[in-house]
Design a protein around this ligand. Structure first.
Ligand SMILES: [Zn+2]
Length: 281
């Protein structure tokens, strides 16, 4: 079993006290990700900003990074709805039934949602994180909230708690293999129903499980670092776990999500932090 710790050269995080809500943007000439550190000073100009490029030659082993315990990941009643936020496909999870613990997390964490980041087509990277500069077509993030916040990510953000959120990140790539992932087949079958921003359906309930979507991934091999939300206000409250193994889905499925692709803001996320982290790790 190889468990890895990503050693990040971190400076002391800057602390700000302003609670001003800031609108953020992607596409306007005077307001896009390059201006976030200036426009959203709290906290996009911080020192623990995500995502990052993982430099494997600088990764250090850490025996504290034990296997996780996943609760409710095999239960098909825990995926409550699937929706199009305009920027992403988001699946809400039943936090009363799902949790993640172990893996050197300081607490049990309530699983509240997962969402996808993608690029254009299966050959163009859409992942936020990269490994030795390599990106992947998609990245799936499972968002988990420290148990003391009762499943409220907002409460964790408002508390400025560096342990407030734990995000599990999985790279997704297309495969030529004939075997199709049943879970992804089901998930992508809902995309034509949510082509418009703001549309949500609960039809996904009782159709598939979280484990089915993570099939084939060795969940004992992962990278760990302390980071932030990847969009403003970029709060530095996230314990990131980036799994080494990729989720492999049929090429067709990676392309299917085009059916809801607008000028997805998420496509830009993959370049944001390369800009912010010119020095890498
Ligand atoms: Zn995300």
């Amino acid at each position: 079993m190889i468990i890895l710790l990503l050693c990040v050269a971190l400076l002391c995080p800057t602390v700000y006290s302003s609670d001003t809500t800031v609108e953020w943007c992607y596409h306007e000439p005077t307001c896009d990700f390059t201006t976030w550190p200036k426009n959203v000073h709290d906290y996009c100009s911080g020192t623990k900003q995500s995502p990052i490029n993982i430099v494997t030659s600088k990764v250090k082993a850490n025996s504290k990074l034990t296997p996780f315990t996943f609760t409710g990941f095999d239960d098909d009643s825990t995926l409550l709805s699937i929706g199009n936020t305009g920027d992403s496909v988001i699946v809400t999870l039943d936090g009363d039934k799902m949790k993640v613990e172990g893996g050197d997390l300081p607490s049990a964490y309530t699983s509240v949602q997962f969402h996808l980041h993608w690029g254009k087509g299966s050959s163009v990277k859409g992942s936020e994180h990269t490994v030795d500069g390599k990106g992947y077509p998609m990245e799936l993030h499972i968002v988990n909230v420290h148990s003391k916040y009762n499943g409220s990510a907002k409460a964790a953000i408002d508390a400025h708690d560096p342990n407030g959120l734990a995000v599990l990140s999985f790279f997704v790539e297309g495969s030529n293999g004939t075997s199709k992932s049943k879970g992804w087949e089901i998930l992508t079958s809902f995309l034509p129903n949510i082509t418009n921003s703001g549309v949500t359906t609960t039809d996904i309930m009782n159709t598939t499980t979280m484990n089915s979507l993570l099939e084939g991934v060795n969940r004992t091999k992962y990278y760990r670092y302390q980071g932030s939300l990847t969009t403003p206000r970029c709060n530095e409250i996230v314990t990131w776990t980036v799994f080494k193994d990729t989720i492999k889905v049929n090429h067709d499925m990676v392309s299917q999500r085009k059916s809801i692709e607008r000028d997805s803001a998420l496509q830009h996320n993959s370049t944001i932090q390369r800009h912010k982290h010119k020095n890498g790790l």
